[in-house]
Design a protein around this ligand. Sequence first.
Ligand code: TXA
Ligand code: MG
Length: 322
Amino acid sequence: MQVISNPTQGEIKFAAKALKNGHLVSFPTETVYGLGADATNEKAVDKIYVAKGRPKNHPVIVHISSLDQLENWAREIPEFAIKLGSAYWPGPMTLILKRNSQAMDFITGGQESVGLRVPNQHVALALTREFEKLGGFGIAAPSANRFGSVSPTTAQAVEEELGKFLGSEDLILDDGQCEVGVESSIIDCTQVNPVVLRPGAITKEMIEQITNLTVSLKANKSEVRAPGLLDSHYAPQAKVILGLAAEPGDGFIALDQIPTPVGSIRLASPASIEEYAKDLYQALRIGDQLRLTQIYVVEPEGNGLAIAIRDRLAKASSGKRG
Ligand code: TXA
Ligand code: MG
C-alpha cells in the first residue's frame, strides 16, 4: 500500500488507473475517507469487504462525477431526486434510487435500489472524472474503516484502520482532514416522498425546501440492515457514555462553553455544531490512542447537523447515559 499526499493531477490519473486495474484506492471526501473500488468489478468490490471485515450483502454507495451520470445506474428517477441532485450535488448527500442493470447485486446487497453520490471534494471529484475517462462508471466506496468502528476523517486514520489489510498496489490519497466529518445524508427516493435513512449535513429542512414535499426521518432503522449490528456501529474501543458525569481519567467531549469536569481529559472543545461534526471522530480516536476506557460526550442540542451528531453518538454509545 502506498500513501500519496496532496496528489497532483498526474497522481490522481495513476490512482484512477489503479481502480480500473481492480485495486483499491482510499480517497478523501468532504464527509469522511472512502475505500474505493471499480463499482462494476465484483472481484475489486470483494476486496473492500475483506479489508473492512464487513459482512457481505451490505450495500455500498457508488460515487459518480455529476448528476448526468445518474442514468448509468438508476431508472425511473423521480422529479424530486433530480431537484435534490441539482441543488445539493456535489455534496454530502446520497440518493437511494431504483437500480438499473449496471448496479449488480454485489453493489446493492441484492436490493432493487442503489445508493449514489457526487462528493464535494476536489481530489474525489477529479478521481471520479479520471476514472470515467478511462471508461469507468462509478467508484464504490464505503467509509474506510474496519466494520463497526469510527469512520476516518484523515489519511492517517485510514492507515491505522486498514493499512495492514490493503494490498501492495492499493493506494491511500491524503488530502488532509475532511471538512464535514460525519457521513452523508442518505435519502430514500424510491417512495412517493423522500425519507431520510441517515441524517447528515443535508438536513430535512433543506430537502423540504427544494422538493416542497413532506420528508420523514427514519434514522435508526435502515442505516444498517441487519439489526443487532447497530450496537457496535461508529464505536471506538473506549466505552462512549452520553452525559456530563466524567470521572478523573475519563475522556470528555462537549461544546466549548461546557466546562471540563475535574480530572477528566478534554478531547475536543468545538465552538460550533459544524466544528463538532468535523472533530468528533478524530477526538474519539485520540481517546483510543490514549487508551482511555470511558469517554463522556455531551450531545449538542438543536436541529440540522446536530441531529446527525446525536444519531452517530447514539450508535457509538448504544444509547448508554451516565
Ligand atoms: O459520506 C458517506 O456517505 C461516505 C463517503 C465515503 O461517501 N460513505 C459511507 O459509506 O458512509 P458506508 O458504506 O460506510 O455507509 C453507507 C450506508 C450503509 O449503511 C448502507 O447500508 C447504506 O448506505 N446504503 C447503501 N446503499 C443502499 C441502498 N441501496 N439501500 C439502503 N441503504 C443503502
Ligand atoms: Mg461506514
